[in-house]
Design a protein around this ligand. Structure first.
Ligand SMILES: *Cc1c(COP(=O)(O)O)cnc(C)c1O
Length: 384
């Protein structure tokens, strides 16, 4: 398929009423899989580009409706939305904001629903409602008529695979609806099967207005991303917005789109998302959650094939090592020596295996994780 595309027409631009056949077919296919109401796709080269597009798109959306003062966009501390100027601004990584004078104007942040770190004695569901209500507080503080949109990942990925308690998303949805604020759900990690549903929005029953997607769209074989959005947003942009003076040379690149199309078709044909939901996901879940029995593990959490374990010094206290990140790096290095790639974010070990992982490979993955935990425990001077 990609080879055929390469021979037939490797590239032509998507500006000025042009597009490519694979991009048309890809847009049709992914909107058919997306949550109810999502009907359009604008292709980009990456997730960051998708989020840059979104900043301009949502401000333009309000501006053409006579509400240019709806300029503010609210994101979350420790959220991740990419590394370009707008992407890093929407994200809430202090280390990134420090470099390059970010965030850009009109971008604000609220706290994340990270119960393990911040929940104290609160019940997780109560804590999550409190964190969601910070959105309402921020909207009221800025002035409801000045807020264009709220952006969040269904599950924070780069921030440490933070899975919000079940009460979080319905409350966020309610607040966005109440103030007419567009809800942007960043599906760059969750999209295309990671949670055992096609989108993280399906996993949490979210109804997004706009969804950036990337990574899983092509499973990384070639770079491509997209902004997916609702018919309501599309109608305003098309009927009142005139032409959005926006586009990337490689938007809808023929070969990348052909590869993404084939990737999504394979996910469908081989029922890979269903397998995650019904077979490998539950199997991994059962084994992964049992890692919480380890003396070094304060919490194990997982959704589909996306999970984390928190390394702590004094279980069952939810406390942290004095120098955060050091023990996580140790554990990661041990894992690597054992032939297992495990990412560490501070002292959380992150899990995101290929969607085609088999049960045997899951056994190996969990055994090697446990071994790395034992080695770390021993290196810290405690007997296993
Ligand atoms: C990776 C990521 C991005 C950025 O995508 P790039 O393709 O690296 O630009 C944006 N949002 C989320 C949630 C991500 O995980």
């Amino acid at each position: 398929m990609p080879r055929r595309q390469m021979r037939e027409l490797p590239y032509y631009n998507s500006f000025f009423q042009c597009t490519s056949q694979p991009a048309i077919e890809l847009a049709e296919l992914i909107t058919s899989l997306a949550p109810e109401g999502i009907s359009h796709a604008f292709f980009t080269g990456s997730g960051s580009e998708a989020n840059d597009t979104i900043v301009r798109m949502v401000r333009h959306f309000w501006s053409v409706q006579g509400q240019p003062e709806r300029f503010n966009i609210i994101g979350r501390l420790n959220g991740y939305h990419g590394s370009t100027v707008a992407g890093a601004s929407l994200g809430g990584m202090p280390a990134m904001h420090k470099q390059g004078g970010l965030p850009i104007a009109g971008i604000h942040h609220i706290n994340q629903p990270y119960w393990f770190q911040d929940g104290g004695d609160l019940d997780p569901e109560v804590f999550a409602i409190q964190r969601a209500r910070e959105l309402e507080t921020k909207i009221l503080e800025l002035g409801p008529k000045t807020v264009a949109a709220f952006i969040a990942e269904p599950i924070q990925g780069a921030g440490g695979v933070i899975i919000p308690p079940a009460s979080y998303w319905p409350e966020i949805q309610r607040i966005c609806r109440r103030y007419g604020v567009l809800l942007i759900v960043d599906e760059v990690i969750c999209g295309f099967g990671r949670t055992g549903r096609w989108f993280g929005s399906d996993y949490f029953s979210i109804e997004p207005d706009i969804m950036p997607v990337a990574k899983g769209l092509s499973s990384g074989y070639l770079p491509i991303g997209a902004v997916m959005f609702s018919r309501a947003v599309a109608e305003v942009l098309m009927e009142q917005g005139g032409e959005l003076a926006h586009g990337y040379t490689y938007s809808g690149h023929h070969v990348c789109a052909a590869v993404a199309l084939e990737n999504v078709r394979i996910l469908q044909r081989e029922k890979i998302v269903e397998r995650v939901a019904q077979d490998t996901g539950p199997y991994l879940r059962e084994r992964w959650l049992r890692l919480a029995e380890h003396p070094l593990v304060g919490e194990a959490r997982i959704a589909g094939l996306l999970g984390a374990i928190e390394l702590v010094p004094h279980k069952p206290a939810r406390d942290f090592f004095p120098e955060r990140g050091k023990v996580g790096a140790m554990c990661r290095d041990f894992a690597l020596q054992n032939g297992l790639i495990l990412r560490a974010t501070q002292d959380s070990m992150l899990l995101s295996p290929p969607l085609v992982i088999s049960r045997e490979q899951i056994d190996e993955l969990v055994d090697k994780t446990r071994l790395a935990l034992d080695q770390t425990w021993r290196a810290l001077g405690r007997a296993v």
